[in-house]
Design a protein around this ligand. Structure first.
Ligand SMILES: Cc1ncc(COP(=O)(O)O)c(C=O)c1O
Length: 439
């Protein structure tokens, strides 16, 4: 059995950091709840290509890529050069910078319905702006959502982490179930300002689902918002609209667009977006910060030049098919690898062991093979065939080994660190609106 890496410096720093940083992380998916405490590295020092190095000097193949933003690779030369070039001219200014216009033009030429464009810093900034725009445009308050849309009040109110959110806010937002038109029909009505969803998470849309959604929005006069944090710049250059040939009214992007620099994009039909001229307030100090925009400009150019979404799909397919092959050839029924190849996830189900116990053991074993994994496979343009081979070699050893451990009832004994916590994603059958009676 391979040894686990030494993570002494990580553990020492964690002991100090947790006293002054609540949750010890700024991003839930990077915290100790998602990386088994006592086994997984906690602090990273640097990255290059598809690899990261922790503060103890251990090297890992990264299968999370900063939870999405690193689309081309760590320290990707062309993007870093663009950032340095911009840095030599200035970071942020007293007037709008020309790069704001240049990136707007680029996005408009690639993303369907991106007739007008604004920038901000986080995904939540733009999903919240989209919701405010929809409310202003329709003169209605109610929002129907499906998926995760960020930390702001309007969305978090529908989840089980809703402390501090006023009741009035909670009472305006409801969830519907993905791939279930009836659940939308149950809640959409003449009071609905917007339907917002991630066009796909890990289940492909059923035939006609997105189209029916589009038509229902038309019928009830609601704005259709696609939250493309994950689909943008990964599924296709034009995002889910292009990939599924469906029109949305407002699109929200972030993550992969600037290879790690903080940038988010709100874009959509000018009839709605033009409300941002005067009626709807959406301005922020760093919205036009030029380093991130310079990074985005080069990232988009590189993505177009090399058809990065197709590359991600090909590499993702090799990994997903490879894992499925291993699963099938060992007749394993307690795990699966699901999702669109551009972003897949391991699922676990067993009658004795919880999914989190099995996930913890798999994460621990992948760490032995020098792989940093949080349950998902988010690849980048830097993930080579060799990297995929490395990951499949590890899965090829671990899956049959875990099969034996499970058969022998030994899972709990084999877990060295702390069992992982659930990913915060409770979004279905949650705050569902009472059935609407359509006249
Ligand atoms: C689908 C989706 N929407 C919105 C957000 C919020 O983005 P941010 O964390 O940048 O505010 C996320 C973050 O993971 C996301 O996955």
């Amino acid at each position: 059995m391979l040894t686990l890496p030494t993570i002494q410096k990580s553990m020492e720093l964690y002991d100090k950091a947790r006293r002054i940083i609540p949750a010890t992380t700024q991003t839930l998916a990077k915290g100790v709840g998602q990386y088994s405490l006592g086994v997984a590295p906690i602090f990273v020092e640097k990255g290059k290509g598809s690899k990261v190095f922790d503060i103890d000097g251990n090297e890992y193949l990264d299968l999370s890529m900063a939870v999405g933003p690193i689309s081309l690779g760590y320290c990707y030369e062309a993007v870093d050069a663009a950032i340095k070039e911009q840095l030599s001219h200035g970071i942020t200014f007293s007037l709008p910078h020309i790069v704001e216009y240049e990136v707007s033009e680029l996005i408009s030429s690639i993303v369907p319905n991106a007739e007008m464009i604004r920038f901000s810093k986080t995904g939540a900034d733009v999903t919240s702006a989209a919701v405010r725009l929809a409310r202003a445009y329709t003169q209605r308050d109610e929002i129907l959502c499906c998926g995760y849309h960020g930390w702001h009040d309007w969305y978090i109110g529908v989840t089980d982490r809703n402390y501090g959110i006023p009741e009035a806010t909670k009472n305006q937002v409801f969830t519907f179930d993905y791939n279930n038109v009836d659940s939308l029909l149950d809640s959409i009505c003449e009071k609905t300002a917007a339907v917002i969803l991630e066009p796909i998470t890990f289940t492909e849309p059923k035939k006609g689902f997105l189209l029916e959604l589009r038509e229902l929005c038309h019928k009830y006069g609601a704005v259709l918002i696609f939250d493309e944090m994950w689909t943008g710049w990964r599924l296709a250059l034009g995002g889910a609209q292009e990939y599924y040939d469906i029109d949305a009214d407002i699109l929200c992007f972030s993550k992969a667009i600037a290879n790690g620099m903080p940038l988010s994009v709100l874009c959509g039909k000018s009839e709605i977006m033009k409300l941002l001229e005067k009626d709807v307030f959406f301005f922020t100090t760093f919205g036009g910060e030029a380093l991130s925009l310079a990074a985005a400009k080069t990232t988009i150019v590189e993505m177009r030049k090399y058809d990065v979404p197709d590359y991600l799909r090909q590499q993702g397919k090799k990994l997903q098919y490879g894992i499925k092959n291993i699963i099938q050839s060992h007749k394993v029924n307690w795990c699966d690898c699901i999702g669109n190849p551009t972003r897949t996830m391991m699922t676990f189900h067993h009658s004795v062991y919880s999914a989190l116990e099995l996930k913890t053991l798999m994460q621990q074993e992948l760490i032995r093979y020098g792989i940093l994994w949080n349950g998902f496979h988010t690849l980048s343009f830097s993930h080579s065939d060799q990297d995929i081979h490395h990951a499949l070699l590890a899965y090829g050893d671990i899956i049959p080994w875990m099969n034996e451990i499970i058969l022998n009832g030994n899972v709990k004994n084999m877990i060295v660190g702390k069992v992982l916590e659930p990913v915060f994603r409770k979004t279905t059958h949650f705050n569902t609106k009472p059935h609407v009676v359509h006249g």
